[in-house]
Design a protein around this ligand. Structure first.
Ligand code: ZN
Ligand code: ZN
Length: 289
């Protein structure tokens, strides 16, 4: 029955396109920051404790289910595209490179708006328990939380692809680039759990319109605020940023910078002690997952 809609080769291609980047980016981010180099990067952790193993396992299991749903929807859109139902166009030169770049930016902006409003909808009490609570079980998210959705939320999230495919003229490479950008931000910013940006970012004239990692991390620990995705436009317009959003960001960054300074000093003392053969002081705390 299913082979009437798409070939086995197409299914494998989509599986590779969806699953491979997700598994690669989450595995690299998680292994680097939560396992192999966890002591080295601990000072940048937004919430100063490690998530429990059972939460990480739940995030991974839900992510696998989400990928199945995403793959099914993308195969259907591909089937519709092959029959001329979507607005896909075959050659980049058909609309030019300027439009090609513009279409990617447009997709990100459309998704940013779509996400904010479905997110507000999912926080509506009757919907929250059924649809969005599964994602919020991660109060201290890891990169695997990026796809940790209830199946109903997974469908709502992937609905951005048909919305784009049926309304915006797109090249396959543009929609793939958009998907990779979206995935990267979702993993490395929204759900990373580490803050990399400098102080003053959230009060800067221009940068304040972009969301740092702390923004969505706060949403996971204090759910009734900070709903936006990439841009801090809708949260500002609708006054849904947490009242202490900027102060919290500054506190996180100050604590990080102080911890980095202390770490540098400690390393310096350790090196000096090693040279004088006194012996290195104890290593910084390494939390167990
Ligand atoms: Zn989240
Ligand atoms: Zn939420």
């Amino acid at each position: 029955m299913l082979h009437q809609f798409f070939s086995q080769e197409k299914a494998i291609e989509v599986l590779f396109l969806i699953a491979f980047p997700y598994l690669l980016f989450t595995a690299v981010a998680f292994c680097a920051f939560y396992l192999w180099q966890s002591r080295k990067y601990w000072y940048m952790k937004i919430q100063r404790y490690w998530p429990k193993k059972r939460h990480i396992a739940r995030e991974i299991m839900l992510s696998l289910l989400t990928m199945v749903i995403f793959i099914a929807v993308i195969l259907l859109i591909n089937w519709a595209g092959n029959r001329g139902y979507t607005r896909v166009y075959p050659k980049i030169s058909d609309k030019g490179y300027v439009y090609f770049v513009f279409s990617i930016i447009l997709m990100l902006v459309v998704q940013d708006t779509y996400f904010y409003w479905i997110h507000r909808f999912m926080h509506w009490k009757p919907v929250f328990k059924l649809v969005h609570k599964a994602h919020h079980l991660s109060t201290n998210p890891t990169p695997f939380a990026a796809y940790a959705f209830h199946p109903a939320e997974a469908l709502l999230q992937i609905a951005i692809i048909p919305i784009i495919a049926f309304t915006i003229p797109y090249h396959l490479f543009a929609i793939s680039t958009f998907s990779i950008c979206s995935l990267l931000v979702n993993i490395l910013v929204s759900h990373m759990g580490f803050e990399f940006l400098p102080k003053g970012f959230t009060s800067h004239k221009y940068f304040k319109w972009l969301n740092p990692s702390t923004h969505h991390n706060m949403h996971h620990s204090l759910p009734k605020c900070n709903y936006s995705l990439y841009l801090n436009i809708w949260d500002r317009l609708m006054k849904t940023n947490h009242p202490d959003y900027e102060e919290t960001f500054e506190r996180v960054v100050n604590e990080r910078d102080e911890a980095r300074l202390a770490k540098t000093k400690e390393t310096g003392i350790a090196k000096k002690n090693q040279q004088t053969k006194i012996g290195a002081p104890g290593m910084p705390y390494r939390a167990k997952l």
